[in-house]
Design a protein around this ligand. Structure first.
Ligand SMILES: Cc1ncc(COP(=O)(O)O)c(C=O)c1O
Length: 400
């Protein structure tokens, strides 16, 4: 008995990026200059005023447990900011400060989902949505989108996926892995489909602060406030403020769900770290200067990387509205032969070959339910992007 694992884990897929990361580390240990486009985090340091707030919290002895749902100052600031940016009512009692946005999603899965429930997830999707749904015993139901659709799910496809068992629908905008972000009109059309269907709407807005070309980023709650009683907004400081390691995210949910999520967190984590919460409060109160600097840098990198990828033979790549990922179609490379006489049969083969032949680490699209594609994170410098594009062009020219 002691050796037996929980059956619920049988359905959970180990990360497909692990093999690539392990190989990249192996190469690095041998002194190879591996360029990694794999990271799901900004390469910038956390702005200094936020780091100082964390240090100050520790120096002032703020080192004990906080309330499960977070320090009142932060919960209030999150609620106030949500009202200001989303225009939908939110009070501190709706906010649960969590161990990263991932913790908020996990609280939701355990608080709201059970066996027999279906959760509709547009694809390509971030890896953790389906896995968390499965850990909770529920079933992910995928709705595909394509590059031609700008990687956005159509209202018709969403409608077709809804069943009486649909307990929740996930919306991630801007998206990981595609960077696609829904316009106001697109959100309105999705809200029209969801309005008659009694299910939770999980809106993951963790990349909302990172949009480019003046894109108008709106939350679905601001275009369909009547659906607020069924909405859970997921957000956090990890991506926008370069604070991935601080582990602060949050959910904004109707009071009864917020209470249930507080119960889950109270038994699993107690709360996220105390000094991190004070750092997050400083982040929310910061002037936008540092954020603007990072956003402008990401935009320039996006433009450089996407243009370079599009110039490679056989590659198709959309222009992402936000986040820091380029998602490109490399199906034209499948079936080709490498100089080592290896046929590239899958996107995982392509990723493994790029690592060995060009020393470039990317994430295969199959990790995001989109085989035949690659995700490249542009949380790397322009110089690195240029160097990588040269290497990519060299490697691709050897394929026959
Ligand atoms: C779409 C999406 N949601 C949530 C998260 C989790 O963020 P955090 O680091 O705050 O847990 C990530 C991180 O990769 C993400 O890409």
């Amino acid at each position: 008995m002691a050796n037996q694992l929980a059956a619920r884990l049988n359905a959970v897929t180990p990360s497909v990026t692990l093999a690539i990361n392990a190989r990249a580390q192996e190469l690095r240990a041998r002194g190879v200059d591996v360029i990694s486009f794999g990271a799901g985090e900004p390469d910038f340091d956390t702005p200094e005023n936020i780091r100082e707030a964390g240090r100050k919290a520790i120096a002032e002895g703020r080192t004990r447990y906080t309330p499960v749902s977070g320090i009142p100052e932060l919960r209030r600031a999150i609620a106030e900011r949500s009202v200001a940016t989303r225009g939908a009512p939110a009070k501190a009692e709706n906010v649960t400060v969590t161990v990263g946005a991932k913790g908020a999603l996990f609280n939701f899965a355990l608080a709201a989902l059970e066996e027999g429930d279906e959760v509709v997830i547009p694809t390509p999707c971030w890896v953790s949505y389906p896995e968390q749904v499965r850990i909770a015993g529920a079933t992910p139901v995928y709705v595909e989108s394509t590059l031609e659709q700008g990687w956005k799910v159509s209202p018709e496809a969403l409608r077709a996926a809804l069943t009486p068992r649909t307990k929740a629908v996930v919306l991630c905008t801007p998206s990981n892995p595609t960077g696609a972000a829904y316009t106001v009109a697109e959100l309105e059309a999705l809200a029209d489909v969801l309005r008659p269907h009694d299910c939770w709407i999980l809106s993951d807005e963790i990349y909302a602060g990172l949009v480019y070309d003046g894109f108008v980023q709106r939350s679905i709650v601001s275009v369909a406030p009547d659906l607020a009683p069924r909405m859970v907004i997921i957000d956090g400081v990890s991506k926008t403020y370069a604070m991935t390691g601080w582990r602060v995210g949050w959910s904004i949910a109707p009071t009864h769900l917020a209470k249930a999520m507080d119960t889950v967190q109270g038994q699993g984590a107690t709360s996220t770290a105390t000094f991190s919460q004070w750092g997050a409060l400083e982040a929310l109160n910061s002037p936008p200067t540092e954020l603007d600097r990072m956003r402008v840098a990401f935009e320039a990198r996006r433009n450089r990387l996407v243009a370079g990828l599009r110039a490679l033979p056989g590659v198709r790549c959309g222009m992402p509205e936000g986040a820091f990922y380029a998602f490109c179609d490399v199906r034209a490379w499948l079936g080709k032969l490498t100089p080592m006489d290896k046929v590239l049969a899958t996107d995982a083969d392509v990723a493994a070959w790029l690592l060995d032949a060009a020393h470039i680490a990317v994430v295969p699209g199959s990790a995001f339910m989109a085989p035949g594609h690659l995700r490249l994170s542009y949380a790397v410098s322009l110089e690195t992007i240029d160097k990588a594009l040269e290497r990519l062009a060299g490697a691709v020219s050897t394929l026959v």
